[in-house]
Write a protein that binds this ligand. Structure first.
Ligand code: PLP
Length: 398
């Protein structure tokens, strides 16, 4: 029977659950976009965004999703015909590389597969081989949302420094910002991209490019940057409309203001700790489920796992069946396996992901885990009993 009638729960890795405060803030008539409260509010949003990014650098806002931020960031610092190195650890690394290719940028991709993090030693080799410094940037995801791997950004900065390579370090934090610990300035990221619909708890439609002075200098040396993607007027506007390259996305900005207020109230350190504890609860459950049967987490080493998304393997066709079961029987929508297999692979239905980013607390995670455990039984896949108890122990001890 279906037990789905009640409040549905979208536990996919973005868009994430939107707080009622964000939804309420957005449900408003458009304000005066020339002067007054909206203009003042945006001036206050910028420092709060930089705080979340842990940077004293610059911030540019785009009316775009994460793909837009990918293109925006590249458009400012890498010209057609120039080269970048991409350290790919899942579907999203390849996605950014694809975006670069679409701009006529030559990409050298080091593919670390779908289950392991970036190995800085291999990045060092590629940098050392580039004696003429043709590589303009190194691209990496902090968290690749498809594989749920978390990469060591500071370690890649170190190999850039050790090899004396001037390439910019460009980091995709779309899945990790305001979830996993990230310190842009301390870790030495030159450019960082983020989106509104994951840890920032706002609907898709806003994205952000943060950049430091080194990146600004590389931008200044570009022969041409498309007017719309140019981050210069957005980061340092003379007129209000230049923040957005046109009309301000007023309702999204109200939502973002509300979300930044929630982040400020809770505190960034506490937000990071909450995500870590909830992630450990999910891993504890998955360890028990996997103790008897086919279920396993995609990333074996907890040190390399995202705190905001967990990719799991359960074997075909159980991943797809489980997602259908939790959705139709219990009102819980889980993420599908993304980029874990080739399109024609019959094992492609053997994966699922749990999104646990942003506005997520203990009762939501325990509820989701309880439903997944029920679903494992419902679809008839063998699993170790007691996953939810193991998760409750982690949360009880926190
Ligand atoms: C979600 C995501 C993207 C893509 O964002 P869209 O808003 O779907 O364009 C890119 N990179 C990472 C790491 C993501 O999690």
């Amino acid at each position: 029977m279906s037990l789905a009638h009640g409040r549905p729960y979208l536990a996919i890795p973005g868009p994430s659950v939107m707080p009622d405060a964000v939804l309420r803030a957005m449900h408003r008539a458009s304000p005066n976009i020339y002067e007054g409260a909206l203009v003042d509010m945006v001036a206050g949003i910028i420092p709060d965004l930089k705080h979340v990014a842990q940077t004293e650098g610059n911030a540019a806002i785009y009316i775009a999703n994460g793909h837009g931020a990918w293109e925006a960031s590249l458009s400012n610092v890498v010209a057609e015909g120039e080269q970048v190195l991409v350290a790919a650890t899942g579907r999203f690394g390849h996605g950014w590389a694809d975006m670069a290719q679409g701009l006529g940028i030559e990409t050298e991709v080091i593919d670390f597969g779908r289950q392991t993090p970036v190995d800085p030693a291999r990045v060092a080799e590629a940098l050392a081989a580039d004696k003429e410094h043709r590589l303009k940037a190194v691209l990496m995801s902090h968290v690749d949302t498809a594989s749920s791997v978390r990469n060591d950004v500071a370690a890649v900065r170190r190999v850039l420094d050790e090899t004396g390579h001037p390439a910019l370090l460009m980091v995709d934090c779309i899945a990790s910002l305001a979830c996993d610990v990230f310190r842009m300035d301390e870790w030495g990221a030159d450019v960082m991209v983020a989106g509104s619909q994951k840890g920032l708890m706002v609907p898709p439609g806003l994205s952000f490019v943060f950049f430091n002075d080194r990146a600004a200098a590389q931008r200044a040396a570009m022969r041409r940057v498309s007017r719309y993607w140019d981050w210069v007027p957005r980061a340092d506007p003379e007129f209000f409309y230049q923040y957005f390259g046109g009309t301000a996305p007023a309702q999204h900005l109200y939502g973002l203001r509300a979300a930044l207020d929630l982040i400020r109230e809770e505190g960034l350190e506490q937000i990071w700790a909450r995500h870590e504890t909830l992630a450990r609860a999910i891993w504890a459950a998955a360890d028990v489920w996997g103790s008897d049967g086919p279920l396993s987490m995609n990333i074996a080493d907890p040190a390399n796992r995202s705190h905001a998304v967990t990719a799991l393997r359960v074997g075909a066709p159980y991943g797809a069946e489980l997602r259908k079961w939790t959705d139709t029987k219990a009102g819980l929508t889980l993420g599908l396996g993304l980029g874990m297999s080739e399109p024609d692979d019959p094992n492609g239905t053997g994966f699922f992901r749990i999104g646990h980013m942003g506005h997520v607390n203990a009762h939501m995670v325990l509820g989701a885990l309880g439903v997944i455990e029920a679903g494992l039984q419902g679809v008839g896949v063998p699993y170790g009993r007691g996953g939810v108890s193991a998760a409750a122990e982690v949360i009880g001890a926190a």
